[in-house]
Design a binder for this molecule. Structure first.
Ligand code: UDX
Length: 447
């Protein structure tokens, strides 16, 4: 079927390219002419594994192109997916980009007779699609829902794995307000033989938020225990984790073999979660709950623990370093997670700020995120020396702080080190390989 996708960010572009790869004819819309030009030339405007190859493939098949002209893009499509950003302003969701797109779509619908379904893929708080978006569409189209379709189809894409996650979803949540909308969503996702969840749009919205909230909760919960174990002393949190995660409710046995479910990867203590989703989504749901008069205590706790977690790195180091100005420190990893250039809410932002305040001689490396990091920290970037070759630099510093577990940093132990302190803020490195007494981390309680 022919589909229009409005927005070509992390979600819109990946969705458009993957839908085209599955045989649909996709027209993406973006207001930025530079982005339109680059994408039509097969040049991705975001960093995602395998995106470049897939983009070129679907363009060469004539299945994918991008335009600035929404009216042109909507011509004879029966379904339009809205995947524009929904950032949060002081913890409250900002729907201005959605509103702009929906108004334009509404105006288009006012001029046509045929049925078109409007499906929201952007993460919006529960009740947005069937109230705010419905009202705007009905106002600008002059028609009622039924004359056009309304749906909500949340994404569950992990940055760095977005192409894989779109092509191999655990389930597809199809929120719909009219049966015709559901029929169109069924047609759209027919190529995927996976569990499909058919619910109303506000349920679909809450499934998305709850998914992220529960993942974020696990991370803050284990980080709190990590801080406890380090403060009490004599406990390594990883020994605690290994003892707990054998509980069959975390890690059942099938044919006497442990399943080792993915969730266990979310329970590795570290310097906190970042990214454009977990912090924003938990804040937005908390704000909505509070506006409903609910105390939202759990969400407050998850966010409070996470807010403070990056500061653990400097707190642990300052217990043994009296004068940071005499120390040179190499930061490994600036993006909020590996395999992405995204630095939004990255713990590296707070950790570098703390170390700059301590007047440390700061050096930093990241395989792809240095430019985004420089833009994000602004003038503070002048106090950091960014290095391309971290391997050649490692013996010129006193301390190495690993913040983002990029796989290349595993090579650290192939290098000859000269007793630098290795601070592994992600429990990523095999610390039995560090010269005894030089390994530091979160939740490593020394007696
Ligand atoms: C997340 C959800 O996984 C995805 O389903 C949703 O669609 C978008 O939000 P993403 O934010 O891209 O995806 O990354 P994810 O791999 O889930 O990690 C999120 C954050 O949690 C990262 O900052 C990561 O460093 C952190 N994390 C993860 C921890 O701090 N500890 C862990 O044990 C695991």
């Amino acid at each position: 079927m022919k589909v229009c996708v409005v927005g070509t960010g992390y979600v819109g572009l990946v969705s458009g390219v993957c839908l085209a790869a599955k045989g649909h004819e996709v027209v993406c819309v973006d207001s930025n002419s530079e982005i339109v030009e680059k994408l039509n030339a097969g040049i991705p405007t975001i960093y995602e594994k395998n995106l470049s190859e897939l983009l070129k493939e679907v363009i060469s098949l004539g299945k994918f192109h991008v335009t600035q002209d929404l009216n042109e893009a909507l011509k004879d499509v029966s379904l339009v997916i809205v995947a524009v950003g929904t950032p949060s302003e002081d913890g409250v969701i900002d729907l201005s980009y959605i509103e702009h797109a929906i108004k334009e779509i509404g105006e288009y619908i006012s001029k046509i007779e045929r049925f078109i379904a409007v499906v929201i893929k952007s993460t919006v708080i529960p009740g947005t699609t069937d109230k705010f978006i419905r009202d705007v569409l009905e106002k600008y189209s002059g028609k009622k829902v039924g004359a056009f379709g309304l749906g909500m189809n949340p994404e569950f894409l992990r940055e760095g794995e977005a192409i894989f996650d779109f092509m191999n979803p655990d389930r597809i949540v199809m929120g719909y307000e009219t049966s015709t909308t559901l029929d169109l969503l069924e047609e759209l996702y027919r190529p995927w033989d996976v569990d499909k969840v058919r619910v109303n749009t506000r349920t679909a919205e809450l499934i998305k938020y709850t998914n992220n909230f529960l993942l974020a909760t696990q991370i803050s919960a284990i980080n709190e225990i990590a801080n406890f174990s380090a403060t009490l002393g004599g406990i390594d949190i990883m020994d605690v984790v290994n003892g707990v995660y054998l509980d069959k409710r975390w890690n059942p046995k099938v044919n006497n073999l442990r399943v080792d479910p993915e969730i266990l990867k979310y329970l590795i203590p570290g310097c906190g979660f970042g990214g454009s989703c977990f912090p924003k989504d938990v804040q937005a749901l908390r704000s909505q709950g509070e506006s409903l008069g609910l105390p939202m205590k759990m969400m407050n706790a998850v966010l409070d623990v996470n807010e403070a977690q990056p500061h653990q790195v400097t707190k642990i180091l300052e217990a043994e370093i009296l004068d940071f100005s005499k120390k040179s420190i190499l930061i490994l990893g600036l993006s909020f997670k590996p395999d992405t250039d995204d630095v939004r809410e990255s713990p590296a932002l707070k950790i570098t700020k703390d170390l700059i305040k301590k007047n440390a001689n700061l050096f930093a490396h990241d395989p792809v995120a240095i430019n985004n990091f420089k833009m994000s920290v602004g003038l503070e970037a002048s106090k950091i020396k960014f290095v391309d070759d971290w391997r050649g630099f490692i013996n010129q510093v006193d301390i190495v702080v690993l913040i983002t577990p990029w796989i290349e940093y595993k090579e650290l132990f192939n290098l000859t080190l000269n007793n630098q302190i290795i601070f592994d803020a992600r429990r990523f490195l095999p610390y039995d390989k560090v010269a005894y007494g030089y390994y530091r981390s979160i939740g490593l309680g020394r007696r």
